[in-house]
Design a protein around this ligand. Structure first.
Ligand code: SAM
Ligand code: SF4
Length: 331
C-alpha cells in the first residue's frame, strides 16, 4: 500500500507535529499573548506516535520523517522518540524543524539527538539583529539560536538548513546579510514566503514579501545560478557566486509547488492533514484509542490521502485560512 492521491501524487514525506506549544511567539505564527493549547488528553502519547509512524514507514511507503511543531524540542521524550524512530525498518530519514533555542548549552539537545539517530535539522532565523529578533519573536533569545546553530553543526546534524521568513518593513533588508552570514558558516539558507497561517489571521497578501522580490534583492549582491533537479523539494535552489554555497527560495504562495507535493502531516492530536491549508482532517487518534488494528489504521490513512486536493487554493476566490494555526498544524 502507498499513500497515493487521486492526482497520482504519492506521499512519502511525513511531517509529525510533536506539540503545539512554543517558547517563542513569532509575529507571523502566533499572537503576542493568548492562544489555547491543545488539551493534554487529546495529544498522542509517545507510544501512539510510534505506532502511527511505524505503520507509515513499514506499510505505507513513508521514507522521510520530519519532526516539528510548535516547538518540537519542548516535548519531554524527544530524544527517546528519535531513537525509536531510527530503529524502524526500513530506517526513515529523520529531520527536525526547530527554533534552535534548546540545542546548545549544558543540557543542549544537539548531541543527544545526533546520537539518537537524527540526521538533519532546519533552524529558523529571520534576523541577525538582537533587537529585531526580540521584536519579531517577542523574546530576547537571538544568542541562543546562534549557539543552537553552531551546536547542530558541531553535532553533525548537517547540512544545517536555516529557514527565514521576511516581513515587510521589519527584516526584508536582511536577505543579503543573512545569506552572507550563512554562506560563511556552511549553512544552507532558505527563504519562505509568509503564508496565511498565523493564529491571529493578520496575513495580507499585499504586504507579503514575494519570492520574486527576495530573488531581486539577492541578485543585486550575488550571482545566482538556478540549480536543476528540484523534484518535490519546495525550494527553488540557486548556486551563489559560482561556488558550492546555495540559497533556496520557497514561493509557497506566489509559485506553489502543489503538483509535485509528496507530503502528508500528522498533528500532535492525531489528525492526518494533506496540506498546511487543508480544511479537512482525518482522525486517527479516535480509532487508535478504540482498538483499531494496524490494517484498519493504514486503510484510514490511505483513504485520507486519496482525498488530497490538487492545490492549496490561496489564490482562489473562496480561499479561507485554515482554523488551525501553523503552530498546531506542524510547519
Ligand atoms: N518552532 C519550529 C521553528 O520555528 O522552526 C518549528 C515549527 S515552525 C511552525 C516551522 C517553520 O514554519 C519555521 O521555519 C517558521 O519560520 C515557519 N512559519 C511559521 N509561520 C509561518 C508563516 N505564517 N508563513 C511562512 N512560514 C511560517
Ligand atoms: Fe514557535 Fe516556530 Fe511558530 Fe516561531 S514559527 S512561534 S518558533 S512554532
Amino acid at each position: 500500500m502507498r499513500l497515493t492521491d487521486s492526482y497520482g501524487r504519492v506521499a512519502t514525506d511525513l511531517r509529525v507535529s510533536l506539540t503545539d506549544r512554543c517558547n517563542l511567539r513569532c509575529a507571523y505564527c502566533m499572537p503576542a499573548d493568548g492562544l489555547d493549547w491543545l488539551p493534554g488528553p487529546l495529544l498522542l502519547t509517545d507510544d501512539e506516535i510510534l505506532r502511527l509512524v511505524t505503520i507509515a514507514v513499514a506499510r505505507l511507503g513513508v521514507t522521510e520523517i520530519r519532526l516539528t511543531g510548535g516547538e518540537p524540542t519542548l516535548r519531554p521524550g524527544l530524544v527517546r522518540l528519535v531513537e525509536r524512530m531510527a530503529a524502524l525498518s526500513p530506517r526513515p530519514e529523520l529531520s527536525l524543524t526547530t527554533n534552535g533555542l534548546r540545542l546548545a548549552g549544558r543540557a543542549g539537545l544537539a548531541g543527544p539527538l545526533a546520537a539518537a539517530g537524527l540526521d538533519r535539522v532546519n533552524i529558523s532565523l529571520d534576523t541577525l539583529r538582537p533587537e529585531r529578533f526580540a521584536r519579531i519573536t517577542r523574546r530576547d533569545r537571538l544568542a541562543d539560536v546562534l549557539a543552537g546553530l553552531a551546536a547542530a553543526a558541531d553535532a553533525g546534524l548537517g547540512p544545517v538548513k536555516v529557514n527565514a521568513v521576511l516581513l515587510r518593513g521589519r527584516n526584508d533588508d536582511e536577505a543579503a546579510p543573512l545569506l552572507r552570514w550563512c554562506l560563511a558558516r556552511g549553512y544552507q539558507l532558505r527563504f519562505i514566503e509568509q503564508m496565511p497561517l498565523d493564529a491571529q489571521h493578520g496575513w495580507r497578501r499585499a504586504e507579503m514579501v514575494t519570492a520574486g522580490e527576495i530573488l531581486a534583492r539577492l541578485a543585486a549582491e550575488f550571482a545566482l545560478t538556478p540549480l536543476p533537479g528540484r523534484g518535490s523539494a519546495p525550494a527553488e535552489l540557486f548556486a551563489v557566486d559560482g561556488g558550492s554555497g546555495t540559497v533556496g527560495v520557497i514561493g509557497s504562495v506566489s509559485a506553489p509547488f502543489c503538483a509535485a507535493c509528496d507530503r502528508v502531516r500528522l498533528t500532535a492530536d492525531g489528525q492526518v492533514r494533506n496540506c498546511l491549508f487543508a480544511r479537512e482532517e482525518s482522525d486517527l487518534r479516535g480509532p487508535l484509542r478504540a482498538g483499531a488494528t494496524d490494517d484498519d489504521l493504514a486503510d484510514r490513512w490511505v483513504r485520507a490521502v486519496w482525498g488530497k486536493h490538487a492545490g492549496h487554493g490561496i489564490d482562489a476566490p473562496g480561499f479561507h485560512q485554515p482554523d488551525r494555526p501553523m503552530s498546531a498544524i506542524g510547519g
